[in-house]
Structures are given as structure tokens and as C-alpha cells.
Design a binder for this molecule. Structure first.
Ligand SMILES: NC(=O)c1ccc[n+]([C@@H]2O[C@H](COP(=O)([O-])OP(=O)(O)OC[C@H]3O[C@@H](n4cnc5c(N)ncnc54)[C@H](OP(=O)(O)O)[C@@H]3O)[C@@H](O)[C@H]2O)c1
Length: 260
């Protein structure tokens, strides 16, 4: 039977690639983001190429009511979600004293609250239907504090810890939970966070969103708990545990600084 995936943030980057990969595998989709035009274009491309059904739902998922509305729209249509992919998210760059609270409040709402609520709503539904898979997009930012992106790093630490914890609780229910942890990746993320001048990205050859999405999709299908993309990222993420915290903070701040 065709598996149906709900993907948030499917209008660009990693989420868009995840949608294409799932369609290629023969699955139907519910794709969500704010940009209706991009979602409709993606629906057209996917349906024509892969003979699957794509439902478009435009929502600003940083708005509190939007999550309940999304769940209602899906259940009213009689759609049963097999794969929940919480991918929508964004960052904000700069010293916390100077960054925009408006953006940070929305970031916490999207990266943390919406992701958590979608899990809360869909888990009982998945249990009733005999199981399912959840892919929560965290980041290598999840493994340490992040000076110059303090709120973003903290949101991703939440995603990682929350995903691992509920994954453990859900053992034996037929539901697996995977936290995908990409390192810096080509997408609209750095434009949006206005950090193209950061040493983290400037002049660097970053992996494509397609590579990261392929890796994440495979990890989700295997039911892997934590999936860190790339051997370098894997080693860095794990080395943090054995390094003095003051040193880790200095290193992250250095890497995130503007390259001049
Ligand atoms: N790129 C990286 O280096 C990197 C590294 C680690 C983790 N990540 C994580 O990967 C995930 C995907 O990011 P990306 O790199 O693919 O960036 P991206 O190209 O900017 O994609 C972000 C997606 O989230 C959607 N989105 C943003 N705000 C939204 C809102 N309020 N409501 C609904 N959808 C919203 C965007 O669509 P609309 O604008 O149409 O709403 C877009 O589809 C994020 O969770 C990010 O934190 C990225």
C-alpha cells in the first residue's frame, strides 16, 4: 500500500528534496509551507513525473492555531499519515542582545512548539494504524551551545533530545523516531538567516540538500535514532562530549564569526 508522508517546509531545500525522494519511492504526500506558489509548482512537477497524489496545504506554522488547523484539514480529508517529517525551521544570526525577538519567538514556535505538537497529534493516530515513522530535522547545532546563534542551537538541542526520548518511549509500538542532524548544507537557510559571510559557509563547498535528504530518508526508513550526515560532522558532534565546554564555546564562536 502507498505510504503517505506529511512534510513541513517542503517548498525549498531539504524538505523539497525529501518530498521528491518519497514520491520517487511511490508514496503520496501532504506538503506544507507558507509559499503556496512554490508548493503548487512542486505538486505539478511531482504528480506528472511520479504518478502519485500530492496535497498542498499552505500554512504559517509559527502561528499557534495553524497546527490544529493542519491536523483537522488532514483528518477531515480522511488522510492517514504514515511518515511525519518535521523539517520546517529557520535560524537567526547575531549576538543575542542585537537579534530580533520577533524572529526568535517565531523560531521557537516553529522549530520547537509546532514540531512537538505535530508529534503529539499524530502519534496516537499512527498507533491506531499499526505504526509509522517520524523524521525530525535537528542539526549538528544540537550537540553544543552556539554563540552568535544562541536561540537556534538551543532549539535544535531540544529537537534532538525530545526525539531520542520519545523514540525510546515508543519502542514496541511500531513507531520509530529519527533525529536527522545535518551540518551546513546548501539551501535557502543561510540567505534567510543573513549569514552568508559566516566562516561556517563562506567559500566552503557544502553538501547539497538532495544528499542530506537522501541520507535522512534512508535513516528514517531504517528507524535509526540519530542520523548525523557526513563523517566529519559525526566526528565533530561526538568529539564535543570529550572536550572542555569553555573550549567548545570559543571554537563555535570562532567558526560562526564573519569571515573578513
Ligand atoms: N541548511 C543547513 O545548513 C541546515 C543545517 C542543519 C539543519 N537544518 C535544518 O533543516 C531544515 C530545513 O532547512 P533548509 O536548510 O532546507 O532551509 P530552507 O531552504 O530555508 O527551507 C526551510 C523550509 O521551511 C519552511 N518554513 C520556514 N518558515 C516557515 C513557517 N513559518 N511556516 C511553515 N513553513 C516554514 C520554508 O518554506 P516557506 O518559506 O515557503 O514557508 C522552507 O520550505 C530546518 O529545520 C533547518 O533548521 C539546515
Amino acid at each position: 500500500m502507498k505510504k503517505i508522508a506529511l512534510i513541513t517546509g517542503a517548498s525549498s531545500g531539504i524538505g523539497k528534496e525529501l518530498a521528491i525522494i518519497h514520491a520517487k519511492a511511490g508514496g503520496d504526500l501532504v506538503i506544507v509551507a507558507r509559499n503556496t506558489e512554490k508548493l503548487i509548482q512542486l505538486k505539478g512537477e511531482i504528480e506528472e513525473k511520479y504518478q502519485v497524489t500530492v496535497h498542498v496545504i499552505s500554512k504559517d506554522l509559527s502561528i499557534k492555531e495553524s497546527v490544529d488547523q493542519l491536523f483537522k484539514e488532514i483528518t477531515d480529508k480522511g488522510i492517514s499519515i504514515n511518515y511525519l517529517i518535521n523539517n520546517a525551521g529557520f535560524g537567526e544570526y547575531g549576538e543575542f542582545q542585537n537579534t530580533s525577538w520577533d524572529r526568535e519567538e517565531k523560531m521557537i514556535a516553529l522549530n520547537i512548539t509546532t514540531l512537538t505538537q505535530l508529534c503529539k497529534l499524530f502519534i496516537p493516530h499512527m498507533i491506531r494504524h499499526g505504526g509509522g515513522r517520524i523524521l525530525n530535522v535537528a542539526s549538528t547545532a544540537a550537540f553544543q551551545p552556539g554563540p552568535l546563534m544562541a536561540v537556534y542551537y538551543a532549539t535544535k538541542a531540544f529537537v534532538l533530545h525530545f526525539s531520542e526520548a520519545i523514540g525510546e518511549e515508543l519502542k514496541d509500538t511500531g513507531i520509530t523516531v529519527t533525529a536527522l542532524c545535518p551540518g551546513a548544507t546548501q539551501s535557502n537557510f543561510f540567505n534567510d538567516a543573513q549569514m552568508n559571510d559566516s566562516k561556517l559557509v563562506k567559500g566552503k563547498k557544502l553538501p547539497s540538500s538532495e544528499d542530506v535528504a537522501n541520507y535522512g530518508y534512508r535513516a528514517m526508513k531504517k528507524g535509526k535514532s540519530v542520523a548525523i550526515h557526513g563523517i566529519g560532522n559525526f566526528l565533530l558532534a561526538n568529539s564535543v562530549r570529550f572536550s572542555p565546554r569553555f573550549l567548545v564555546l570559543k571554537m563555535v564562536k570562532f567558526i560562526q564569526r564573519k569571515s573578513i
